[in-house]
Design a protein around this ligand. Structure first.
Ligand code: FAD
Length: 454
């Protein structure tokens, strides 16, 4: 098993429970991947507040049992700041229009109707994310709401993002439903309308007093207890194939503590590490065109500013999304039950997307000042209340669905699929956007494929 995030841990757990001998290699000192807890001083900081959804009953029951008393239940309370006010997240169309000037609103509604009618009559595959957003929302609403935010978030305009990102990540907003919902707000109700509401609107989430830290730790302990091995500080470097080049026979890794190179034999490999890095582990065994395709599978880096703040409480939510600030989300895990030391302080998880090596990534003074200034502007905290700044970073926050990435992903996955005993899965290995429960289900599915063979 390569990679000890939620997907790799759950796959290893599934195999371990079935009595298989599993070795999990994780490059970091602790397991959990994006969902791991970072202890800094006396406190725990998540890499973006991570709470488990209970949507997958099988995964949830397993994790519930393993977490025992360490699991706490948290009612969802996510908000978004829009046009000077706070609304439930994700933003509903009805709330979106509240912040709009009536003339712009009318323009946007006409645009929405016109573009949706046009594309209904003349369906067309959108060539990029901009065209996909315009097909979904019309040009006026795209320009007003989506264009700048998308650019700010990704660091490049929607014209460089694949339409696949929009079509697979965003629910379709029907113009007719929007109009009917608006009428409903004025008391003119149509009971036949089933507008798409987010599954996130009312929900109980699952967390721990130490934040995201508990779940991966306890799952790793369970895997070890079942007689298998979770090896931290193990950076996967190579995969060896048999003479026919059809099966993996071993995996080599470097122990980052001692610098030693080691290898283990294997009957099967499930990889959950970034697909581009995994491809690199095959060296020249991967054809040149496949290696070239892997270069297109890039990820967006994330830097979290984990702040210890001398303040009892800073925001009135678990997390709040912002559209036009130096950060895009601020979480206060204490409001979900995180224990903070000292108790009259709080922890803020301030999320930013960035590039590896830029000012945000490095935590440069300019980036800090911009973030602190926006936190103060939003009334969240003052710079002199911030007593600790902890930088938590990953180059692999979000797979980038760049324009034209699809055939390159197919080519790399085809190469891996052609190997009889190798699978690549999870968020990094599958180059997709699962939440933790979905990533764990992907891990369980990969494990089940192996169990079905034996
Ligand atoms: C900011 C943010 C907030 C999120 N919040 C939530 C939330 O609240 N709830 C939710 O359900 N989901 C949330 N998610 C999604 C969640 O993080 C992912 O679904 C989950 O982490 C995916 O698990 P994974 O195992 O597939 O990948 P990862 O968690 O990325 O795990 C991959 C693992 O591979 C390891 N690895 C990489 N390279 C190597 C190598 N060469 N050798 C060995 N190991 C290696 C990594 O260290 C890592 O441990 C959030 C994601 C982000 C970015």
């Amino acid at each position: 098993m390569l990679g000890g995030g939620p997907c790799g841990l759950y796959a290893a757990l599934t195999l371990a429970k079935a009595g298989k001998k599993v070795t999990l290699l994780e490059k970091e000192e602790v397991t959990g991947g994006l969902a791991r807890g970072h202890k800094r001083g006396e406190n725990f900081y998540d890499l973006g507040v991570h709470m488990l959804h209970a949507f997958d009953q099988g995964v949830f029951e397993t994790i519930k049992e393993i977490m025992g008393d360490e699991r706490i239940e948290v009612p969802l309370n996510a908000r978004i700041k829009w046009a000077g006010s706070f609304y439930r997240y994700p933003l509903q169309f009805g709330d979106m229009v509240k912040g709009m000037n009536p003339f712009i609103l009318a323009h946007c509604c006409i645009g929405l109707l016109a573009y949706q009618s046009w594309y209904k009559m003349r369906p067309k595959d959108p060539k990029d994310a901009e065209e996909a957003l315009i097909q979904l929302y019309g040009k006026p609403l795209y320009k007003f709401f989506f264009k700048e935010f998308t650019t700010r978030y990704w660091g490049f305009p929607p014209t460089q993002l694949s339409a696949t990102f929009i079509t697979t990540k965003m629910p379709r907003l029907s113009a007719v439903d929007v109009i009917k919902k608006m009428l409903a707000k004025f008391g003119i109700k149509d009971k036949s309308v089933h507008a798409v509401e987010s599954a996130l609107s009312e929900e109980t989430l699952h967390y721990s007093r130490k934040g995201a830290e508990a779940m991966p730790r306890l799952v790793a302990e369970e895997i070890n207890r079942l007689g298998c091995r979770v090896i931290p500080n193990a950076i996967v470097r190579g995969v060896t194939l048999d003479d026919a080049g059809k099966r993996a026979t071993g995996v080599s890794y470097r122990d980052s503590e001692t610098g030693e190179e080691r290898s283990i034999e294997c009957d099967h490999v499930i990889s959950t590490i970034p697909i581009k890095d995994f491809l690199g582990a095959f060296g020249d065994h991967a054809p040149e065109d496949v290696r070239a395709s892997a270069e297109y599978l890039k990820t967006k880096a994330v830097t979290i500013y984990g702040l210890l703040v001398k303040k009892e409480k800073a925001i009135d939510a678990l997390y709040i999304y912002y559209r036009d600030k130096a950060f895009h989300r601020v979480g206060e895990p204490k409001n979900a039950g995180l224990l903070v030391n000292p108790p009259d302080h709080t922890v803020l998880i301030v999320e930013t997307t960035c590039e590896v090596g830029d000012a945000k990534w490095n935590g440069d003074e300019s980036a800090r000042q911009a973030i602190f200034a926006d936190l103060e502007k939003e009334g969240i905290c003052k710079p002199d209340e911030i007593v600790e700044v902890n930088l938590l970073r990953t180059p692999h926050g979000y797979p980038i669905f760049g324009l034209g990435f699809e055939p390159h992903l197919v080519k790399v996955i085809d190469f891996v699929d052609a190997l009889e005993n190798v699978q690549t899965t999870g968020r990094q290995g599958g180059f997709c956007y699962p939440n933790m429960h979905k990533a764990m289900r992907m891990g369980a599915d990969a494990a089940d494929r192996i169990l079905a063979e034996n």
